[in-house]
Design a protein around this ligand. Structure first.
Ligand code: URA
Length: 284
């Protein structure tokens, strides 16, 4: 199979090497006999696996944030909030016990009017320290994957909307020890993500990992069953793919994530092929 230039950039960014037959007369390289793509082992150590945790406590507004009304998922009080108020509400949230151990909340990053939105899981240690999603090893892989599609998290006004990505997590606080989020924590935090998506109104959502999928598609199906087709979230196309931290631990799966990104790019550009469009999911 011949990879086009973008596909080759994407493969390289994800640490995948394409095997090409040697040019006529050239010495035979150590090419794999069958596989066209070989995973290249990466130096990065696998990030800690998240486990599953505890529960939540009632919501409260930030102490000194008069602009942001106290919110509660039950009352839907986030509905009218703009970016500054939403950010304040997140910063002051004490809806669950994660607030007790956090260094700070991790709101989101990127241009507020991005055409792409990436939804991940929860801040890790480094994100908790720096206050920005995906800044650790998984984030570096994510940035390389995005760059291969000429996408960026930079909130730079010079970047065309089509190349801007807004990145947010399902949880805004770090689960201690990087354990998995609990259903209660996810439920408490979800209104923030919902409002972020409403405000960004991206043209496409990339849901990375099972917690993003659970939050956005209400599905417990494994990623392997959900990827490869176009889903819908509030009418927006949504592509499911593996979490970058998972890819760092399971290098051969990178080829699948690469396929997912290619599908996302095709959908974004309105040139998704039959399989994807045939499988369009009804709006959630
Ligand atoms: N993993 C995530 O899902 N989000 C982050 O911000 C960092 C790691």
């Amino acid at each position: 199979m011949a990879w086009d230039e973008r596909q080759q950039r994407l493969l390289a960014a994800m640490g995948l090497r394409v095997w090409a037959p040697p040019a006529a007369g050239a010495p035979a390289a150590e090419a794999p006999a069958v596989a066209a793509v070989a995973a290249v082992a990466e130096a990065e150590a696998a990030p800690p696996v998240r486990a599953r945790p505890a529960q939540a406590v009632p919501a409260a507004a930030p102490a000194q944030a008069p602009a942001a009304a106290p919110w509660s998922p039950a009352t839907g009080a986030l509905a009218g909030l703009g970016w500054p108020e939403l950010r304040e509400a997140v910063a002051g949230c004490r809806a669950c016990s994660l607030c007790e151990k956090r260094t700070q909340t991790v709101f989101g990053v990127g241009h507020p009017q991005a055409a792409w939105m990436v939804v991940g899981e929860a801040p890790g240690e480094q994100e908790d320290r720096e206050g920005e999603p995906f800044v650790g090893a998984a984030g570096q892989l994510l940035d390389r994957m995005l760059a291969a599609l000429s996408l960026t998290r930079a909130a730079d006004g010079e970047v065309p909307r089509e190349q801007r990505v807004y990145i947010a997590n399902t949880l805004k606080c770090r689960p201690p020890g990087n354990r998995n989020p609990t259903p209660e924590e996810l439920a408490k935090c979800e209104p923030f993500l919902v409002r972020q998506i409403e405000l960004v109104r991206p043209r496409l959502i990339l849901a990375m990992g099972r917690f993003a999928v659970q939050a956005l598609l209400r599905s417990d199906e494994p990623i392997g069953k959900l990827r490869g087709r176009v889903h819908r979230y509030q009418g927006l196309p949504l592509i499911v793919t593996y979490h970058p931290a998972y890819l760092l631990r399971n290098l051969p799966e990178k080829a699948k994530a690469w396929d997912d990104l290619c599908l996302a790019a095709e959908v974004f550009e309105g040139r998704a092929g039959g399989t994807a469009l045939d499988a369009l999911q009804p709006a959630q």
